[in-house]
Design a protein around this ligand. Structure first.
Ligand code: ADP
Length: 264
């Protein structure tokens, strides 16, 4: 930290930056890759700071148990799981109340952007595995899941990305890491769609003043725009790879799909 002093009671350095060196409105580095799994029609690997998440998507496929079927649409079933080795102390494996809650809110957020009406009586299953956790995993999981759904070729009206702002030492900051989350006074995770900017996931822990709440909203909307672009980039790279593999007329492989389509 280049000799800058850190006051352990405030979470901020003498230059106003956070202990991690980030500005108050700065995201952790985010990397997204689409289609990382051979055996799933849609998948995504996402790194967000120290968070590492894999998402896989199957369907639309016959919905079992049948009582979950809907006659007029597909049901979106997201399952969030934190691996036993994803946190410092081993996490007890299996579905706990927190995983169930996150699975539910992510299912609802995805159902808001997936076109379910063309696939009655089916299920779209989305699995999110947290390999490494460092706070903000529900947001990272939803962001990865949306890319995996698109990668599976399931029609969507738009993408969705999620991000949280919180409060440490009385100051609103974007994207709390675990160090900040441990002593965070408030947390506002939001899922925001890419085209109509709808809020499809919103939860809140702790208290904000009205002013702090509006600041957190502003940070989240701005950061969601950055995440949407990273999601699009991941999907673009994936489809450029697919296009490069498509045999052209006459059997030759395309060498530069981006260049050839622009020239036409
Ligand atoms: P989110 O990951 O969406 O921020 P929480 O606020 O519930 O969700 O959790 C914050 C962080 O606390 C997680 O990202 C993870 O690093 C840690 N954590 C959550 N549950 C456990 C657990 N059962 N054991 C150890 N650490 C956990």
């Amino acid at each position: 930290m280049g000799g800058l002093s850190v006051d352990p009671t405030t979470f901020f350095r003498s230059d106003g930056k956070r202990v991690s060196g980030r500005a108050v409105d700065e995201l952790r580095p985010v990397k997204i890759e689409a289609h990382v799994l051979e055996n799933a029609p849609g998948s995504c690997y996402l790194e967000w700071g120290k968070n590492k998440i894999v998402a896989a998507v199957f369907g639309p496929r016959e919905c079992h148990p049948r009582h979950q079927q809907r006659q007029d649409r597909a049901v979106v079933r997201a399952t969030y799981n934190m691996n036993a080795f994803s946190v410092e102390d081993r996490k007890r494996p299996g579905l706990d109340r927190r995983s169930q809650e996150i699975s539910k809110v992510v299912s609802e957020a995805l159902a808001a952007v997936v076109l379910t009406a063309p696939f009655p009586r089916t299920a779209i299953d989305v699995y999110m595995e947290v390999l490494q956790a460092d706070a903000g995993t529900r947001c990272a999981a939803l962001t990865a899941a949306a890319v995996a759904v698109a990668d599976a070729g399931i029609p969507m009206t738009e993408l969705v990305a999620a991000v949280a702002s919180g409060k440490v030492g009385g100051t609103v900051v974007l994207d709390l890491d675990k160090y900040e989350d441990n002593a965070g006074e408030a947390d506002l995770p939001m899922g925001i769609t890419s085209r109509t900017h709808r809020v499809v996931l919103m939860q809140m822990d702790g208290n904000f003043t009205t002013e702090q709440y509006h600041q957190a909203l502003d940070y989240n909307f701005a950061a969601a725009g950055v995440l949407h672009e990273k999601q699009r980039d991941a999907l673009r790279s994936r489809y450029q790879t697919v296009a490069a593999r498509q045999p052209q007329e006459g059997g030759a492989e395309a060498e530069d799909p981006g260049a050839s389509s622009e020239e036409e």
